[in-house]
Design a protein around this ligand. Structure first.
Ligand code: ZN
Length: 206
């Protein structure tokens, strides 16, 4: 529950857990509602608390502790189901195949977007192994997904660019060495010339 804190210049509200009643105070914006009533910006408040591991379920705010408890019970239930049934029911099979139809690209031999066997399994609340088996049998190999393919292509492109830059650096390095060598040779010649000249100059001056 999100509650207004009265008072001018107090941009804060109270958020309490709808299960255990634990309350936290946080800063938030206020939005003017009809009748010149100012209410906390619920969207902003929910975003903040979700960032702090709260859960928003059917319009209720659930604190991290209660949310963890809920998840633990759910996991236990899921494992029970998994242990009891090693085969998907006909309905589950249909659900899995239906979703694979939407999410798997048979021609490319991979999932679309960021989907994986695990994502499908989690979406439907079924065992990932069932999804893998049906995917292998009716669709294709576990060739990653579109996002992974995209990242892989980017990686290859980065590596190519890196190799090019390295080559250019190496070219520059050898050019630097050549110029350095040239400068040294010129310096040596100049010294020899000056060395050859000096005695005569010295004589003439003397
Ligand atoms: Zn709670």
């Amino acid at each position: 529950m999100i509650e207004t804190i009265e008072g001018k210049g107090v941009n804060r509200c109270n958020v309490s857990c709808d299960e255990c009643g634990r309350t936290e105070t946080l800063t938030c914006d206020y939005i003017r509602s009809p009748g010149n009533v100012w209410n906390p910006n619920v969207g902003q408040v929910r975003k903040k608390i979700i960032g702090q591991n709260w859960q928003v379920l059917k319009g209720s705010e659930i604190c991290p502790a209660c949310s963890a408890k809920r998840k633990a019970t759910k996991v236990v239930k899921n494992t029970d189901v998994g242990a009891a049934e090693s085969e998907p029911s006909k309905a589950q099979k249909r659900d899995i195949l239906q979703l694979l139809q939407d999410c798997y690209d048979v021609e490319a031999g991979r999932y679309n977007g960021a989907d994986t066997d695990d994502v499908i399994a989690e979406t439907l609340g079924v065992r990932p192994a069932w999804v893998s088996a049906l995917r292998e049998e009716f669709f294709g190999p576990d060739g990653g997904n579109e996002d992974m393919q995209g990242l892989l292509e980017e990686l290859v492109s980065f590596r190519q660019q890196l190799a090019e830059v390295r080559q250019r650096l190496a070219d520059h390095a050898s050019r630097v060495a050549e110029l350095d060598q040239g400068a040294k040779e010129h310096e040596a010649r100049l010294k020899r010339i000056i060395g050859a000249l000096s005695p005569r100059i010295v004589k003439r001056v003397g």
